[in-house]
Design a protein around this ligand. Structure first.
Ligand SMILES: *[C@@H]1O[C@H](CO)[C@@H](O)[C@H](O)[C@H]1NC(C)=O
Ligand SMILES: *[C@@H]1O[C@H](CO)[C@@H](O)[C@H](O)[C@H]1NC(C)=O
Ligand SMILES: *[C@@H]1O[C@H](CO)[C@@H](O)[C@H](O)[C@H]1NC(C)=O
Ligand SMILES: *[C@@H]1O[C@H](CO)[C@@H](O)[C@H](O)[C@H]1NC(C)=O
Ligand SMILES: *[C@@H]1O[C@H](CO)[C@@H](O)[C@H](O)[C@H]1NC(C)=O
Ligand SMILES: *[C@@H]1O[C@H](CO)[C@@H](O)[C@H](O)[C@H]1NC(C)=O
Ligand SMILES: *[C@@H]1O[C@H](CO)[C@@H](O)[C@H](O)[C@H]1NC(C)=O
Ligand SMILES: *[C@@H]1O[C@H](CO)[C@@H](O)[C@H](O)[C@H]1NC(C)=O
Length: 366
């Protein structure tokens, strides 16, 4: 991994000597000037976090939000999350050549991300969620220099366009990709997981992504979190999700998925959060075997065309269940008394079914 960076620097030097283009070697002074340029692009700092602290009279490595490594004495972390900062992100940050973590989440940054950030070949964590960054998902993540990138989070920004999957596939280090609540379109490519073999978390909810779920999603064998809810996916809920044995969270609700809930979901014995409701599923029998996945904390199978009755022992295997939504189905019979054995239940929603009976104390009905 380190080799890539060294190789990259060597190329720069060759370039330097052969074309005599001035490419100054970078050091802590370069880091300081890059950060001062960044400060100059901050137009709003109501808490005056940087005003006095980020000053040349203080050593850079002691500035708030900055960490340096002991070996090279260079800036490795820029973390100013939740500081109410506003402004744009200048290209100069691309000069922080030892940067490992760039964390600017939960601020008011706007504008586009500069391509120069693609030079940050040591970057492992990139978290700029909860800002107002516009434009497209930056194409520099596809350049293939970011071979160490593990985390890429840009949830809740103003990104549009499609995700540059085919080329992002070269980032085999990527573990977590979060682009929830932007305005992204396009679809998931058939080979999404062949390119991102180490993906543990994929969260793309609240976008406008369409097309079918690729069967190869079942090849993302390390996937623990898969959240694709509130998009425009069509096709079926794949049987291959049953291969994702590490899965903790599966949110596919509020799409246009058809077909039935596949039996293979039962294989997911570590599942804690399951939401498949509000799709266009074919009417089918309530998959009561799901109530045997004892790790479940949340079940949302509302508005799913389900009929049949609730198992009389519904809660015997669900000690952790906090949230159960089965509303807007065709479930009949009585509400089992056993529902009171779900001792962790905080949210229960069974309305718009054909159920009779009452729900005992301590359970809220919505
Ligand atoms: C960084 O390099 C520049 C020349 O490129 C030099 O003038 C400066 O003194 C160096 N700073 C440190 C801290 O080594
Ligand atoms: C800058 O902020 C950091 C972190 O809060 C603090 O440790 C440091 O003392 C501050 N420096 C000055 C000169 O105020
Ligand atoms: C960034 O800083 C915040 C608080 O200052 C801290 O909670 C968070 O863990 C830090 N994130 C990283 C990736 O260092
Ligand atoms: C830092 O980056 C900017 C913009 O990308 C560039 O113009 C400048 O020459 C760089 N500065 C140094 C000292 O490397
Ligand atoms: C990605 O890797 C493939 C081979 O693994 C290569 O053919 C392709 O050019 C690379 N793409 C980029 C953008 O580097
Ligand atoms: C999604 O983002 C919009 C603003 O862009 C916001 O109003 C909305 O509350 C967000 N939705 C969720 C569920 O976070
Ligand atoms: C749940 O598991 C128990 C044994 O652990 C079994 O007797 C029962 O039939 C299962 N229920 C369903 C609906 O699969
Ligand atoms: C609740 O669970 C206990 C112990 O597991 C069991 O004895 C009891 O019959 C259950 N109550 C109902 C109503 O099923």
């Amino acid at each position: 991994m380190e080799k890539q960076c060294i190789y990259y620097v060597a190329v720069l030097f060759v370039h330097h000597f052969t074309s005599s283009l001035a490419v100054p070697a970078k050091n802590l002074t370069t880091d300081q000037s890059a950060l001062l340029q960044f400060k100059a692009h901050i137009t709003s700092d109501p808490r005056r976090v940087l005003t006095y602290n980020w000053s040349i009279s203080n050593p850079v490595c002691r500035w708030v939000g900055i960490s340096c490594d002991a070996r090279h004495g260079r800036v490795t972390t820029l973390n100013l999350s939740s500081m109410d900062l506003g402004g744009t992100i200048p290209p100069h940050l691309g000069n922080l050549s030892f940067l490992v973590n760039l964390v600017l989440g939960d601020n008011n940054f706007h504008g586009h991300l500069p391509n120069e950030l693609g030079q940050l070949c040591r970057l492992r964590g990139f978290s700029i969620g909860d800002n107002k960054i516009g434009g497209v998902v930056p194409t520099w993540i596809e350049i293939g220099k970011l071979t160490n990138l593990k985390i890429f989070h840009m949830a809740r920004n103003h990104l549009s366009g499609t995700i540059p999957w085919s080329s992002m596939g070269n980032i085999s280090s990527l573990q977590s990709l979060s682009l929830t609540n932007n305005s992204l379109s396009g679809s998931l490519p058939d080979d999404v997981c062949n390119h991102l073999p180490n993906l543990e978390s994929l969260t793309l909810s609240l976008n406008g992504i369409s097309g079918q779920l690729p069967a190869s999603l079942g090849d993302c064998s390390k996937l623990q979190i898969l959240s694709l809810s509130y998009n425009k996916f069509t096709g079926h809920i794949l049987q291959t999700v049953g291969n994702l044995s590490e899965l903790i969270l599966l949110y596919l609700n509020d799409n246009n998925l058809a077909g039935e809930i596949p039996r293979e979901i039962d294989n997911l014995q570590g599942l804690q959060f399951l939401a498949l409701g509000s799709n266009s599923l074919t009417a089918g029998l309530l998959p009561s075997r799901i109530f045997n996945i004892s790790s479940l904390e949340l079940i949302h199978l509302g508005n799913s065309g389900l009929f049949g009755s609730l198992p009389t022992d519904i809660c015997n295997h669900l000690p952790a269940l906090r949230h159960l939504r089965l509303s807007r189905n065709m479930i009949s019979g009585t509400i089992p008394k056993n529902i009171n054995n779900c001792t962790s239940l905080e949210f229960l929603c069974l309305d718009e079914n054909s159920l009779t009976g009452t729900i005992l104390a301590s359970v809220y009905v919505f």
